[in-house]
Design a protein around this ligand. Structure first.
Ligand SMILES: Cc1ncc(COP(=O)(O)O)c(C=O)c1O
Length: 397
């Protein structure tokens, strides 16, 4: 048995289930979950209609899908990325794009390609737990970088020592961030690119919340590289998916774009791993990347929910709409686990303790005394949750 498996941590939602196993939720109140980041808005109807085409399904069922992706999908992704991230030179659909089955599997798999059984991987803290599991199984050590409020909840790379940069083989970025919704600036991204020039490591930028923003579209890693005149995207990989952008978490469809040398090796790895996307899913994904109308509608729904939720809750519990994403990341007046249990038992609203989304380093867990609220449910449910939480705060005193 692979001994590295023993070092994997329990997933945050399993920890949450254990925490609340014995909790009896408030009687007479329907359960509302603000815990899981699973979009609940409807999938775009034009995509559902297109997906129900019997000829496309028959063809898809009868075909072993190409791991590299069908040209129509690679072209649609290349065009989306080039336009959305203001690239001075169009992404090459043949060499700089790979479709993936959602970012989750790809964020895991890429570590197995770029880590050579040792070295150091830099991970923002709090973080999406896949980064950690991927790093451990690939045989690299983890270096968590705390995302402090004083640094707009972004990792402060200036605290990485020369020796750590030298050991580094991979850096995970998450922008917009989960759970904070903070955005890394072009300059911050360029700082990491310059370090990778110096120390030659891969930068993996998880940008799966990039299309859920309040005002300005967040910049991406390839945009930062392009603005430096770096059209080969050396060492840079950007990951994104249709899960949040298009409310298609069940389609399992995303992309990785960037450095063609790394993607060449990643394609080789994926061919062996057997992670090709079914052709009918590739075909429908191409239509989704080509349409922006449904994405704008989706963004508006989140804006409406933030406005309604915050208007009710802010007088009793200070928090603000983040720059992007669909989470809130407020401080709790009592320890986060206790808060989660009490809230569930008194209101039947489920949230995630912040400490479950981060790792304790040198006695400090940057998620402690915070909770993550996901505004994924429909507006009515979010408003109902806000009203229940407001009452809960009155009793908390
Ligand atoms: C930060 C982050 N990255 C990646 C993912 C995975 O998304 P998907 O695999 O659906 O693209 C999630 C899902 O919640 C996430 O929060």
């Amino acid at each position: 048995m692979n001994k590295r498996l023993d070092h994997l941590n329990l997933y945050p939602f399993e920890k949450l289930n254990k925490l609340i196993d014995d909790v009896t939720p408030a009687i007479g109140q329907k359960p509302i979950s603000l815990a899981l980041g699973e979009p609940k808005h409807s999938a775009p109807s034009f995509l559902i209609e297109a997906y129900c085409d019997p000829i496309a399904i028959t063809n898809g069922f009868g075909t072993y899908p190409p791991t590299r992706g069908i040209p129509k999908l690679r072209e649609a992704i290349a065009s989306f990325v080039s336009k959305r991230f203001n690239l001075s030179q169009e992404i090459n659909p043949d060499t700089e794009v790979l479709p993936v089955n959602g970012t989750r599997e790809a964020l895991f798999a890429i570590a197995q390609v770029v880590i050579n059984g040792s070295g150091l991987t830099l991970i923002p803290n709090p973080f999406y737990q896949i980064y950690e599991g991927a790093t451990i199984l690939a045989g690299s050590a983890t270096r968590y970088i705390p995302c402090k409020e004083t640094n707009n909840f972004n990792p402060d790379f200036s605290e990485i020592t020369e020796a750590e940069w030298r050991d580094c083989s991979l850096v995970y970025l998450c922008t917009p961030g989960n759970p904070s919704g903070s955005i890394m600036s072009i300059e911050d991204l360029q700082y990491v690119i310059m370090k990778s020039d110096e120390y030659d490591f891969t930068i993996v930028s998880d940008e799966c919340y990039s299309e859920i923003y309040s005002a300005t579209p967040p910049p991406g890693l390839l945009e930062a590289a392009s603005a430096m005149g770096r059209d080969d995207y050396k060492n840079c990989l950007a990951f994104n998916s249709l899960s949040k952008r298009s409310n298609l978490p069940g389609l399992r469809s995303g992309y990785v774009c960037g450095d063609s040398n790394i993607l060449d090796k990643f394609l080789l790895y994926r061919t062996y791993h057997g992670s090709a996307m079914p052709v009918q899913n590739q075909w429908i994904s191409a239509l989704a990347w080509q349409d922006e109308e449904h994405v704008a509608v989706n963004r508006k729904l989140y804006t409406e929910k933030y406005e309604a939720f915050l208007e009710i809750i802010k007088p009793v519990w200070p928090m603000q709409q983040p720059e992007a994403g669909f989470y809130l990341w407020p401080k709790t007046p009592i320890p986060d686990e206790e808060f989660t249990i009490k809230l569930l038992s008194q209101t039947n609203v489920k949230v995630v303790p912040g400490s479950y989304l981060a790792r304790e380093v040198n006695g400090v867990n940057p998620g402690a005394n915070r909770v993550r609220l996901a505004l994924v449910a429909e507006l009515e449910q979010c408003v109902e949750a806000a009203n229940r939480i407001k009452q809960f705060f009155k009793h908390l005193g």
